[in-house]
Design a protein around this ligand. Structure first.
Ligand SMILES: NC(=O)c1ccc[n+]([C@@H]2O[C@H](COP(=O)([O-])OP(=O)(O)OC[C@H]3O[C@@H](n4cnc5c(N)ncnc54)[C@H](O)[C@@H]3O)[C@@H](O)[C@H]2O)c1
Length: 433
């Protein structure tokens, strides 16, 4: 499989799609990135990245300048000229926790209009089990061509970590399942051009779909266990963070860290894809569902901690100021999708608190939209109660002297409680009585 013969069209130039497109372009493939958002198309064609991701701006600039990557809205023409089409569009859930596959369906319909014999369609979006076989392939076959006989289909989940995306895309193992062996092998040969990681071929499409969901469900469930243990530790007067750290010295234990809840486009969504399919098959996913409930409850527990700590110190939440540090769903990223900061801030406001928030990476618009106001770090630190939600690296420099009114709820295990308590700060946290 040589780069000269392969023309790649990648649908969805988002957090995962743009780095993938840029990496294929870097390795000499002619890549057209297709996105329904014209602003993204313009930014990419100007040689920039609309996403904040280390190294991506420079890479996009280089490959666009060299002519290996261009972005388009003009869907049909570019697709017709491509022989590998990659789908990397969003797959959110709706209010009932059911998968919303509308973007995957519309991307598949777009490809169907331009599908040629011997093309290879690769799906990277995270999807519920059997989506490729039961939803995507039937759409593609409306072209009159038959999967496996006339065109190939492979599924390879994207598993890179935001803020380290380019490294992980080029070093992580890649799992691939195909509609047939030829499709899987073709996709494997292609991804070997961009990754040093191992390429693992599994039996079929649905196994590869399930692998991704298992990985994120493992992590979500592990965090839920840590959160439940933290809640129990709190009630027993035990520092859960210290206990978990010590437990992890056991060679076969790897408990994750407790925290304010789980956000992002993966962990807080993907387990529901398993729950949805399990329930359709009359095999309830009890543990997975409970883990989701525990993690979704955590922002409300943080709100309780804030209210109780203020009360214990003679203040009421109503009319107190709460300074939130960090609103993105995790440290060092600007992504606010499913962030636990949102239900927390809304809950605090509904109880009459005045919420001010600082985040070095998130702009004012999002904070305003959820009811808070964006302030400088110094102002947030002057609030009646300071609450650290996101483990941005810059917050590791916070010292006891910076907490002006002496109440600090630190929901991530990045600061030493003893240091703060020694200097008179009331330091509480998830699992930190
Ligand atoms: N963000 C992550 O950390 C991460 C990690 C691994 C896997 N994933 C999975 O990757 C997939 C994409 O996630 P993301 O975070 O990159 O999403 P994103 O929202 O950042 O980007 C998706 C892009 O697709 C575009 N789009 C939507 N419908 C389209 C269509 N029909 N045709 C062309 N473009 C379309 C959007 O305009 C957007 O630019 C999801 O299934 C997600 O679960 C995400």
């Amino acid at each position: 499989m040589t780069a000269e013969k392969i023309k790649i069209a990648l649908l969805g130039l988002g957090h995962m799609g743009l780095p993938t497109a840029a990496l294929f372009a870097k390795n000499g493939f002619e890549v057209v990135g297709i996105d329904i958002n014209p602003d993204i198309v313009d930014i990419v064609n100007a040689g920039r990245s609309p996403i904040m991701e280390p190294g991506l701006d420079e890479l996009v600039q280089k490959v666009v300048e060299k002519g290996y990557l261009r972005a388009e809205n003009n869907i049909s023409k570019s697709l017709k000229n491509s022989n590998v089409m990659i789908i990397l569009v969003p797959t959110p859930i709706d209010d009932n926790h059911c998968s919303d596959l509308s973007a995957v369906i519309s991307a598949s319909e777009t490809i169907t209009k331009a599908l040629n014999k011997d093309d290879l369609v690769i799906i990277e979006s995270t999807v519920p089990p059997h989506t490729c076989e039961k939803i995507i392939i039937p759409i593609l076959e409306k072209s009159g061509l038959e999967a496996s006989h006339d065109f190939g289909v492979a599924y390879t989940p994207e598993r890179a970590l935001p803020h380290n995306t380019l490294y992980e895309m080029t070093h992580n193992a890649r799992v691939i399942g195909g509609v047939d062996e030829e499709s899987a092998n073709k996709a494997a040969a292609l991804y070997k051009k961009i990754t040093h990681g191992e390429v693992v071929i599994v039996d079929n499409l649905v196994t590869a779909e399930m692998v991704k969901l298992m990985e994120n469900t493992y992590r979500d469930t592990n965090i839920a266990l840590a959160n439940e243990l933290a809640l129990i530790c709190e009630s027993l007067g035990i520092d859960a963070v210290q206990a978990i750290k010590a437990a992890n010295f056991h060679p076969r234990v790897n408990l994750h860290a407790p925290g304010p809840g789980v956000g992002g486009h993966c962990l807080s969504i993907d387990p529901y894809f398993i729950v949805e399919m399990a329930e359709k098959g009359n095999r309830p996913a009890k543990l997975i569902k409970t883990a989701r409930e525990i993690n979704d409850f955590m922002p409300y527990h943080v709100a309780f901690l804030i209210e109780k700590t203020l009360q214990d110190n003679g203040k009421s939440l109503n009319n107190s100021s709460v300074g939130i540090l960090g609103v993105s769903y995790k440290g060092n990223v600007a992504d606010t999708r499913e962030t636990p900061a949102e239900p927390l801030i809304k809950n605090l406001i509904s109880k009459g608190a005045r919420v001010i928030a600082h985040d070095p990476l998130v702009d004012e618009g999002f904070i305003k939209q959820i009811g808070g106001s964006k302030v400088e770090l110094e102002e947030a630190l002057e609030a009646d109660c300071v609450v650290l939600i996101t483990d941005h690296d810059s917050y590791r420099q916070i010292t006891p002297e910076m907490i002006k009114k002496s109440i600090f709820i630190c929901t991530r295990p990045i600061l030493d409680p003893a240091e703060f308590r020694k200097r008179g700060v009331i330091f509480k946290g998830v699992g930190r009585p």
